[in-house]
Design a protein around this ligand. Sequence first.
Ligand SMILES: [Zn+2]
Ligand SMILES: [Zn+2]
Length: 247
Amino acid sequence: MPSEPHYLSLAELLRQAREAASSGERARAEELYRQVVDRSPANTEGWLGLAAVVEDPVEREACYRRVREIDPGNMPAAAHLATSGEAEIQPRCAFHPEVVTTLRCSQCGQPVCARCARPFPVGQLCPICVRERRPEAYRPNPMQLLAAGGAAFGVAGVAGLLAAFIVGWGMIVSLLAGPVAGSALSQVALAAGGRKRGPAVQAVVGLGAALGCLIGGLLVFGAGVVFHLPFLLFAGLAVASAVAWLR
Ligand SMILES: [Zn+2]
Ligand SMILES: [Zn+2]
């Protein structure tokens, strides 16, 4: 039999589907109802018809749920879902579909597993809601990032120049001065960047500070700075502790 002409109207498709279903042509009815819902995804009659003729119980269930989504008051769908084993279909974690869970995010309501849920004063939250609740201090805007990185670059450049005069005294001085410089750097970056912290701020400040130190060192020692161990120790400690302070 040639495939169904595409110009059949929806009403005609439905009529043929009903006819096939009532005369026991299950496969043909299924095919026709699929065409109906393909063409008209919100057609509840199509979904109900399909539910009645599909063989897979899971798919039948899905058809009835689709009807309920489209029309929450639909009686046949509600009746079917009430008597079917829907209650046994347990919710699964929205982030780990393989994990059955009874927990729900108390903010957005989606199911989450124990591994994803985080306790908050308002209840258990899913990872997405946790991210949204992050304090304002962890959400810098691009200008603040630029300011923090730029300030770190400038201060580190000066620190690099000054350090050139003290690192000659040896590794111990570097060991002590590096973290002090890093702490000061982080304070300047916080002040310049609207007191924002977190990974993005850490990244730009780390980069700015490393570049600044390098340029300061280059100005004093020339290319030899890359072999000047006390200076490298100072710069490394300064950058690392600045980044650590901005967590
Ligand atoms: Zn949530
Ligand atoms: Zn999960």
